[in-house]
Design a protein. Structure first.
Length: 463
């Protein structure tokens, strides 16, 4: 770890400790909590200390924590692990509590490594499914294969922010809930075509999109389109649905409805960072240069802090073509589960209950997290803005099979990089008019299949 990153992490830990202790000092004396040793399977001792050590020292002072790293890769503790590696680690160490991501939750539940929480939740007033948002329960069951094997205290999602002042200036109707990407592009087109010479206003800009291929990915992901099935060794990109996504994205960029500007970043000690200055420079929406953007709570907080010179509003993020009621931008943070063969299930349940209770949600809110709570109830931002739009969609995508795929880390990573590069190259050729969408998809299909075949051969010959 470089010294700069280490000092930043230490500073954050100190700030969290001070704030949490101040908050705890304003509350009543804590109730007596459990005792014993809790084996926790998570990414690393470092990640556990950053996120949870302070809470355990205050809420569970008599609990001794033994952290079991998921991966044996010390340089990259977040590196993907195979199904066999995950199963072996869980069966060998028998963790009481797992703090994992959605991929490992889907894998673990599919291999019967987790304890079913349905009956305990049904009998607990605080943890009853009705105490959580419908989306959180829908996600837990879909990624758990039908039942709840894990819970997540927080999540992120996205909404569509729009500049009311620009819409009023150009006499364009405001965006509405339930719009899909085609609707959004038509709206962006009206903004661009209604402005006068020299305005240079984009209809839509999204900071996370760095090129035209990125826009294709965002549109296709809203329908959970699969470019390939790695396990089956099949590229599946040359389809009508993918054709639609490529057509929408490339025409929007080529006609100037969406921005395709290269975003700035800063190099520090050989690593790329997006500094506060970079973020402000890249944020065309906050600068009043784009009529719409999709983002999460981070942008809402910046808008609250900056008090921009324009009025703004939010509606649901652009949806996929197949199901406008489904939230495809939903990401849990993190997933907590109890091991199927845990020795201390009751203690693990007590800990899990705290991190999914009202007190933890209030503490996290006061600490300034940009994540959203999965607890049911009224949702209001610090400055009184209703957050209902973030919670409006109750259905979560059901492509959990994406996360159960067993992969050979280095080989699959190289394939992903090569395939993404191929897709970017062909998308750029569409933008410049050197290839049609049909031609580009045919090329990606054939050349991508070759790359995948080569990866599977290498995987077969690698122990």
């Amino acid at each position: 770890m470089n010294k700069r990153r280490g000092s930043v992490r230490l500073g954050i830990q100190i700030c969290i400790s001070i704030i949490f202790l101040l908050l705890a000092g304003c509350t009543e004396a804590p109730e007596e909590t459990g005792k014993g040793t809790l084996k926790i399977l998570t990414y690393s001792q470092d990640s556990f200390d950053q996120m949870y050590e302070n809470y355990f020292s205050i809420k569970f002072p008599d609990v001794e924590v033994e952290v079991i790293p998921i991966s044996d890769n010390l340089e990259d503790p977040y590196a993907p692990v195979s199904n066999e590696q995950l199963k072996s680690k869980v069966e060998r160490h028998r963790p009481d509590l797992l703090i994992i991501d959605e991929r490992n939750y889907a894998k673990s539940s599919s291999m019967d490594l987790l304890y079913n929480l349905e009956s305990w939740m049904a009998q607990d007033k605080v943890m009853h499914p009705d105490q959580f948002t419908p989306a959180a329960m829908d996600w837990a069951r879909k990624f758990g294969g039908g039942d709840i094997y894990g819970l997540h205290p927080e999540f992120t999602t996205r909404v569509l922010f729009y500049n009311k002042t620009l819409f009023d200036r150009y006499d364009v109707p405001y965006p509405t809930d339930g719009m899909n990407w085609e609707d959004l592009i038509l709206t962006a087109q009206r903004i661009v075509e209604s402005q006068g010479d020299g305005d240079n206003i984009y209809g839509y800009h999204e900071m996370g999109i760095r090129n035209s291929a990125g826009l294709v990915n965002v549109i296709s992901w809203s329908d959970r389109l699969l470019a390939y099935n790695y396990n089956l060794g099949k590229v599946t990109i040359n389809t009508p649905a993918w054709n639609k996504a490529f057509t929408l994205a490339t025409e929007a960029v080529r006609n100037g409805f969406f921005s395709n500007l290269k975003q700035t970043s800063t190099q520090i000690d050989g690593e790329t960072y997006i500094t506060k200055e970079d973020q402000e420079n890249n944020d065309l929406f906050l600068k009043g240069k784009a009529a719409m953007t999709s983002e999460g709570m981070h942008l809402l907080e910046r808008l609250e802090q900056k008090s921009p010179s324009f009025d703004w509003g939010i509606v649901t993020a652009p949806a996929g073509m197949s199901n406008p009621d489904m939230d495809t931008n939903y990401y849990p943070h993190p997933v907590m589960a109890i091991g199927a063969n845990a020795e201390n299930k009751e203690l693990a349940w007590e800990v899990l209950k705290y991190f999914h209770g009202e007190e933890y949600a209030k503490v996290r809110s006061k600490l300034g997290t940009s994540n959203l709570s999965t607890r049911a109830g009224d949702k209001i931002s610090k400055t009184g803005i209703a957050l209902d739009t973030f919670y409006q969609r109750n259905q979560i995508h059901d492509k959990h099979e994406l996360y159960v795929v067993d992969t050979h880390d280095e080989i699959t990573r190289e394939f992903y990089i090569a395939f993404d590069k191929l897709r970017e190259e062909k998308t750029d050729l569409i933008i410049t008019g050197k290839l049609t969408v049909d031609q580009a998809l045919q090329a990606i299909q054939s050349e991508g299949q070759f790359l995948l075949d080569q990866a599977k051969k290498r995987e077969k010959n690698t122990p």
